[in-house]
Design a protein. Structure first.
Length: 572
């Protein structure tokens, strides 16, 4: 990952890129600049006014903002306004000069006009929901337009680096021998102010041994990080990640070509809906574009979280080829290509296709770590235990079943996710060949049902899963009749909140038939015959777990409206 960042900075970086974006990830309309306008002539300065300006996101380097610490002066006389404006001006602006002879006249004019500047800023009526950058211009030119500010910034930056260095060492990235530094951390996931992180005993000055870098590689990493934060920041299932490419060959040409894709994909007017389909995010996602590239590079996924100055890495997925992304998208397409997932009517106003995205996977998982563990297995093609996934699905479905009584949406989400994992081949079922032609009598409905199971054989892989599913279909038809007859559905208690075992599910069969006969509306004899045959084929001591039994049963409750299971009486 560090090598990939260095490549980015080395190939795509700019020599004049020194500042960083103070409002990274924020909405453009919520970012403003408080500009203290100064005039200079022959070394003499004059205060003109305070202006409120829109933040120039496309050219943020001109502000030369470089954060140093949560309090006090930054590396340049520019800082974010935090709370009390008087404290911000004092801490971020005036304290930066600190009597430096090079800036004595500039410091003098700012301090002479301190009250006036503060008063004009307060007149702006700063909004709490917006964020503000405090800086100044001289003759309408920003800090980055002046060499003296850029040189001073580098001097102060390098001062920190020289705290931990050695005159003769070997750079861990480029292997060149010379001056190396140990106080450079492009991703602040470790620190040198804690003894447990220090190599070479407990001497902080030996910290360069952890990660020795020459000045050139340090600069490449800094610029690579800036590029990463600006262009390579996305979300997958609600978790932020950086997507950093690394060329396998021809770095000079491959990396710039990839960066053009990153930079231009919004301008190409690509269908936003398509870009959301895998990530489950409102913002656009780059993955559909990457799948079409050849395997001249690999992708590194860095899932992270930022908390104040801490940068926490939750997962690093290394060396994902574009061809693997293509496999994921093909599996997604195949997973959604089932008739029962098309034009599903969820309410009177909402009818839509059911589609898989990683937001659904996140919905079913218990924790972020669990979600990322599954994501890693999906990308790396590592097998996932089916029973584990069914447990995640049925846990959510049971919750909806008990609390809301509306569980269809959860069932559809679970099934399209199961389809996706089955299509990828990382969940496997031991397919058993069970055809009704060898057992029992055939009827008009049995052929339709067998064809349905053949078309969904990855899901319905044995007689037990088919029997539980069909009992769900029949059970829902009874519930609908009961609701019509008496306006309530007491029989639903027989489903035991979807915790039925083998004995319970088998006992349910005669109970449903008896209740249908009580209402004199048993239109489902052919379906009952098919269920009976599959129950016989299932035998005893089922291999299905309790979770699986109830998952297939509730899937039947949800898909009972399919044409496959309609009787002539229902059609009439």
């Amino acid at each position: 990952m560090i090598e990939a960042l260095r490549e980015l900075g080395m190939v795509c970086g700019r020599e004049d890129s020194l500042g960083e974006n103070p409002f990274l990830g924020k909405k453009q309309e919520d970012c403003k600049v408080i500009n203290i306008c100064l005039k200079e002539e022959q070394g003499n300065y004059e205060f003109i006014e305070v202006r409120l300006e829109d933040f120039d996101k496309g050219n943020y380097e001109k502000y030369l903002y470089k954060k140093k610490a949560s309090q006090g002066a930054n590396y340049t006389p520019a800082g974010l306004v935090a709370g009390d404006i008087d404290k911000t001006i004092k801490g971020r602006l005036y304290s930066w000069f600190n009597g430096d002879e090079k800036f004595v006249n500039l410091e003098k004019i700012l301090k002479l006009n301190k009250e006036k500047i503060t008063e004009e800023i307060k007149k702006i009526n700063l909004e709490k929901k917006k964020q503000y950058l405090l800086t100044f211009t001289i003759n309408n030119r920003y800090l980055a337009d002046y060499t003296i500010f850029k040189e001073e910034m580098l001097k102060r930056l390098n001062k920190k680096q020289y705290e931990i260095y050695i005159e003769k060492g070997i750079c861990s990235l480029c292997s060149t021998e010379g001056e190396v530094f140990g106080n450079i951390a492009p991703l602040t996931s470790y620190t040198l102010d804690k003894q447990c992180y220090i190599a070479g005993g407990f001497n902080k000055l030996q910290g360069w041994k952890n990660f020795p870098l020459c000045m050139s590689c340090s600069n490449y990493l800094r610029q690579g990080k800036e590029i990463m934060e600006k262009y390579l920041n996305f979300r997958l299932g609600g978790i932020a990640y950086y997507l950093v490419p690394r060329a396998i060959k021809d770095i000079i040409n491959t990396i710039p070509e990839l960066m053009n894709i990153y930079k231009d994909y919004e301008d190409k007017k690509i269908n936003t809906e398509k870009l959301r389909k895998i990530s489950g995010e409102e913002e656009q996602d780059i993955l559909p574009l990457m799948q079409d590239e050849r395997d001249f590079f690999v992708l590194n996924f860095l899932f992270y979280e930022k908390k104040s100055s801490k940068f926490m890495i939750h997962l690093l997925l290394k060396d994902v080829y574009p061809s693997r992304l293509k496999e994921l998208f093909q599996a997604k397409e195949d997973a959604e290509n089932y008739e029962y997932l098309k034009k599903v009517k969820f309410s009177k106003k909402l009818t839509q296709d059911v589609e898989f995205h990683f937001g659904i996977l996140r919905y079913f998982t218990i924790s972020r770590d669990q979600y990322l563990s599954l994501t890693e297995k999906i990308f790396k093609k590592i097998n996932i235990d089916k029973g584990f996934m069914i447990n995640l699905f049925i846990r959510k479905i049971r919750e909806s079943f008990r609390k809301e009584g509306y569980y269809d949406l959860d069932v559809f989400k679970a099934q399209v996710t199961l389809n996706f994992l089955l299509e990828l081949g990382i969940i496997k079922n031991n397919l058993e060949v069970n055809v009704l032609s060898e057992h029992g009598d055939k009827n008009d409905l049995s052929d339709k049902i067998e064809n349905f199971f053949k078309g969904n054989e990855k899901t319905f892989y044995n007689a037990q899963s088919k029997a539980a599913f069909l009992l769900g279909v029949l059970g829902k038809k009874l519930i609908n009749i009961q609701n019509q007859e008496r306006g309530s559905t007491p029989f639903i208690k027989q489903f035991k909140n979807l915790t039925m075992n083998e004995r319970d599910i088998k006992a349910l069969y005669p109970k449903i038939i008896n209740k249908l006969q009580e209402y004199d509306k048993n239109y489902y004899q052919q379906l009952e015959e098919v269920i009976s045959d599959y129950l016989i084929l299932s035998g005893t001591n089922w291999s299905l777990s309790v979770d699986e039994i109830n998952y297939y049963f509730v899937l039947g409750l949800t898909l009972h409206k399919l044409e496959t299971f309609k009787t002539k009486k229902e059609e009439e």
